[in-house]
Design a protein around this ligand. Structure first.
Ligand code: B12
Ligand code: SF4
Length: 510
């Protein structure tokens, strides 16, 4: 079948402010198995430009595919643009199948199928095997009901088949790297870059996390094969920067250690950036030199809050002592730390922000990222927040960089003032500037400069957007009224998936 993968343009700052783009790994992961199954696959990445809906439609019409597969990694805030683009595609290509996948449609399939008649099939969960099976069913006119892990309209009514089993062997499917021109993709200051996954899922259970419910059980690729693929990307395609998409790449010390050793043995000058948990860094204190030798340059630590009570409430499972120690250890090994700080919890007051700032200063991370709490309907946190009022009803702004829920004691302008004040203090304090100017590792200094350059544009842009672009509701609906009730039955998908036996994990002894 002739298949066109479309990555629609995302309106958020993460896509629009940096002049760099990363490959859409989700679509490439679906594309590789489709190519291997004998289909003709092309990718239209509309993030470049960005392309208008009209331009996307014109290109799609010119290519005349039999099926269009669409999805976006920023899936919640990306949904409105997917709806707009697919609507236009349907008007121009009446006979083409339109298949949609990703995290948000996995959980919101029912509403999407009811509201967007142009979408024929939604792939729920991992797309490698299910995507290939859907295309096979469409091509051979087989009943869609025979494919697990999808939703479609059965006799006009949204209908979901049973969840697909988890992919047990992540090495069984390959990424369709041939779908992109590596020259066009960069990160970390115009260095050729890719996004890759060593692992999927997370063994922890933070109550607000939408990702672990999606991937469910933590699984990892073969460490040697993964290292060999990264080395191949460097040698054949000149890739310099590896952005790890993993929720938690270091969850197994044994597997991560094996990967670091394998990558060091490949002897390729790669730069690795990713996210992980502070307690894993503390656990790995003795092997941090290996992190550095393998090329790890920065880890984002999902610290979220510096208040033990909030950490307990969101079931983070971390402690302030470990968080601080992780930052210290990373610095000791010349690895940058980026700490996230989440605001917008219901009972917050000025004194909480003041305390948070004091704590942040004492943690002394190299970079910070301030985020707004953004409850997804498929997370346990959603139930706790269901009564709160939505102040941002534009779904495109549900991107963690806009306040979406009212807080009880503070108007949004004061929350924004605190956020901007904390960002400015953290990034412009003498200690940070001194490191920026004098860090002995020149590559780290360049990376810090790059982050400051992006920050210089993002910081005023967010204030400008708040004042002149964003519309906020005064008496908005409650969260439950806005999205509907919590998706208890969808959370059951996880239990279903977890009931499937997986191969034994690598033993945790080294
Ligand atoms: C790398 C990354 C980025 C990069 C680049 C993204 C890119 N080029 O795709 C940058 C830095 C630009 C970025 C920006 C943003 N990001 Co981001 N990002 C990620 C990250 C770390 C990895 C994405 C990824 O490649 N995942 C791995 C792939 C394999 O998974 P996947 O895309 O879900 O695809 C699988 C399935 O969903 C399915 N599938 C997906 N699409 C389709 C389509 C079809 C047709 C089918 C059949 C199947 C299918 O099959 C795939 C294989 O199994 C994720 C966290 C994560 N671990 O996923 C956050 C994440 C996607 N980002 C997020 C957010 C909020 C953003 C921003 C909105 C931030 C901002 N305010 O600017 C923007 C959005 C713009 C964007 N381009 O995505 C959130 C999205 C939450 C949500 N539910 O909406 C995530 C999940 C982080 C989080 N923990 O919450 N991001
Ligand atoms: S540690 Fe990170 S990925 Fe794991 S459940 Fe918590 S927030 Fe999600």
């Amino acid at each position: 079948m002739d298949i066109l993968l479309i990555n629609p343009p995302h309106p958020s700052i993460g896509s629009r402010i940096p002049c760099e783009h990363l490959p859409p790994l989700g679509l490439l992961s679906v594309g590789g198995p489709l190519i291997d199954a004998g289909h003709q696959v092309q990718l239209l990445n509309a993030e470049f430009g960005p392309m208008s809906t009209r331009q996307i439609t014109e290109q799609a019409v010119a290519l005349a595919p039999q099926a269009i597969l669409v999805g976006h990694s920023g899936s919640t805030s990306g949904h409105p643009i997917v709806a707009e683009v697919t609507h236009a595609l349907r008007a121009a290509l009446a006979q083409t199948w339109i298949v949609y996948g990703g995290v948000f449609p996995t959980f919101h399939w029912e509403k999407i199928l009811a509201e967007e008649p142009q979408i024929d099939v939604i792939v729920r969960g991992e797309g490698e095997e299910t995507g290939t099976q859907v295309i096979h069913a469409l091509e051979t006119n087989a009943p869609l009901e025979s494919v697990s892990g999808i939703a479609y309209r059965k006799q006009g009514v949204p209908f979901a088949t049973p969840p697909a089993p988890l992919i047990r062997n992540l090495d069984a499917y390959r990424v369709g790297w041939e779908l992109i021109d590596h020259n066009r993709y960069s990160y970390w200051g115009n260095r050729r870059a890719v996004v890759v996954q060593f692992s999927r899922g997370c063994p922890h259970a933070c109550s607000y996390c939408g990702q672990r419910t999606f991937w469910t059980r933590w699984r990892h690729r073969d460490p040697q094969k993964f290292a060999a693929e990264l080395a191949w990307l460097y040698r054949v395609h000149g890739v310099e920067v590896i952005n790890l998409a993993d929720e938690n790449p270091t969850a197994s010390r044994k597997a991560w250690h094996a990967f670091l050793e394998a990558l060091i043995a490949e002897n390729v000058p790669l730069t690795l950036v990713g996210s992980t948990r502070a307690d894993d860094i503390v656990r790995d204190a003795d092997i941090l030199p290996l992190y550095k030798r393998a090329g790890v340059a920065r880890f984002l630590l999902g610290i979220e809050s510096y208040d033990e009570e909030t950490l307990r409430k969101i079931s983070k499972g971390g402690t302030a002592i470990k968080d601080r120690e992780a930052i210290r250890l990373l610095r000791q090994h010349d690895i940058l730390s980026m700490a996230t700080y989440v605001v917008g919890f219901e009972e917050e007051r000025d004194r909480d922000y003041a305390r948070g700032l004091k704590q942040l200063l004492s943690y002394d991370p190299d970079q910070i990222q301030m985020l707004y709490v953004t409850p997804h309907r498929w997370t346990p946190y959603f139930r706790e927040a269901a009564h709160r009022h939505v102040i941002q009803t534009d779904q495109r702004k549900w991107d963690y960089k806009h306040q979406v829920l009212a807080t009880r004691h503070m108007p949004p302008w004061r929350v924004l003032l605190w956020v901007k004040f904390m960002e400015a203090i953290m990034q412009l304090r003498p200690q940070s500037l001194w490191r920026l100017l004098t860090h002995h590792d020149l590559s780290i200094r360049a990376a810090m400069r790059w982050y400051y350059q992006i920050g210089r544009r993002v910081w005023p842009f967010e204030i400008w957007s708040f004042l002149f672009l964003d519309q906020r509701q005064k008496d908005g609906p409650t969260l439950a009224e806005f999205w509907g009730m919590s998706q208890g039955s969808e959370e059951a998908r996880e239990n279903y998936a977890e009931s499937q036996p997986l191969p034994a994990p690598m033993p945790e002894v080294i």
